[in-house]
Write a protein that binds this ligand. Structure first.
Ligand SMILES: [Zn+2]
Length: 332
């Protein structure tokens, strides 16, 4: 990508979104923009920002190269958040769902003529939170798309988006930035020294890592990781000191109880999975691994089962289950 092209892109757009933004504008300029685009990728990439910037470019009446002009009537209304031809749908604050009423309102309105633009845009974020009836209503609209209407959809959990909907969209995978570059970006933004290794606990997600720095969550993770490694080491040497395992388990559970307040129950298990994944990777890279790989692999399998269990039965206590898992592993 040329420097000149970069400078033509929305200056406020997150740098890792620029190539995707340009790709969409190119499709639009060539008259090849799919009537439904589905952006997917981990949470905290800024998919909403990308959707809003691109929706403004789509509705702008005098675009300048890649950018919306920022001055036409359409742009002014868009920037004020009151563009009559742009419908932005997200889960309502008090509910964790997108309702059929929200979908019906937008899809019936866009059947009328554009109020000030020739095109209309329906944006939906967290597409995985559609109720079943909302999904059916959206599917109907996607099957018979009204002329001049573009759907810009986003989800951090593509596997929870109904396949019937996903298959009717152009899917654009928003990738996480290169860890080195992301670490540099975060350090510049926060004045806090960040290493590429730290980013992994939040799946290399830029905005979730940014929040973690601002809320001091990295220290908590470091504590959890320290206890986790102690536990794995004690599991590997179990024949010598059985009490050590119990002690290490208690320390880990104590740290996880603290982390739970920041992360939530399922998330602490996911955090352990990520730490475990990284340890496996580092172990593979080492000639003489410091931790027995089979312990890590057994824990890895146990954590997957545990997470599935919590997803099925949210009322169970993740930390009690984790203790159970460790006891089973230490007896084997
Ligand atoms: Zn404009």
């Amino acid at each position: 990508m040329s420097t000149q092209m970069e400078s033509n892109v929305e200056p406020g757009l997150y740098p890792w979104l620029r190539a995707d933004y340009i790709q969409l504008v190119d499709q639009l300029s060539a008259g090849k923009l799919h009537h439904a685009t589905l952006l997917h990728g981990v949470a905290g990439l800024g998919k909403r920002q990308l959707i809003k910037r691109f929706a403004q470019r789509v509705t702008c009446s005098q675009p300048v190269a890649n950018k919306a002009c920022g001055q036409c009537k359409s742009c002014l209304l868009f920037q004020a958040g009151s563009h009559p031809d742009h419908y932005f749908i997200a889960p309502l604050n008090d509910k964790k769902q997108i309702s059929i009423d929200q979908i019906r309102y937008a899809t019936s309105k866009v059947n009328e003529t554009g109020l000030i633009s020739t095109v209309r845009v329906i944006s939906i974020e967290q597409l995985d939170l559609l109720t079943e009836s909302a999904a059916n209503a959206l599917l109907k609209a996607l099957e018979e798309p009204p002329q001049g209407v573009y759907f810009l959809l986003a989800s951090a959990q593509l596997n929870h988006v109904p396949a019937t909907i996903a298959s009717r969209c152009y899917k654009l995978n928003i990738k996480t930035p290169n860890p080195q570059r992301l670490a540099a970006w975060l350090t510049k933004k926060t004045n806090v020294a960040v290493t590429p290794q730290q980013l992994f606990s939040f799946e290399n997600s830029p905005l979730r890592n940014l929040t973690a720095i601002e809320e001091g969550t990295y220290q908590q993770i470091a504590q959890v990781e320290h206890c986790y490694i102690e536990l794995i080491t004690s599991l590997a040497q179990r024949s010598n000191q059985p009490d050590v395992i119990a002690l290490a388990t208690r320390d880990l559970v104590n740290q996880l109880e603290i982390a739970q307040d920041s992360f939530g129950g399922v998330e602490v298990i996911r955090l352990l999975q990520l730490i475990n994944q990284r340890l496996i990777k580092e172990n593979v890279a080492q000639g003489e691994p410091s931790v027995k790989p089979d312990t890590l692999l057994k824990l890895s399998a146990g954590l997957v089962t545990l997470k599935e269990m919590i997803n099925k039965t949210p009322s169970i206590n993740p930390l009690l289950q984790l203790q159970q898992l460790i006891v089973e592993l230490s007896l084997k």
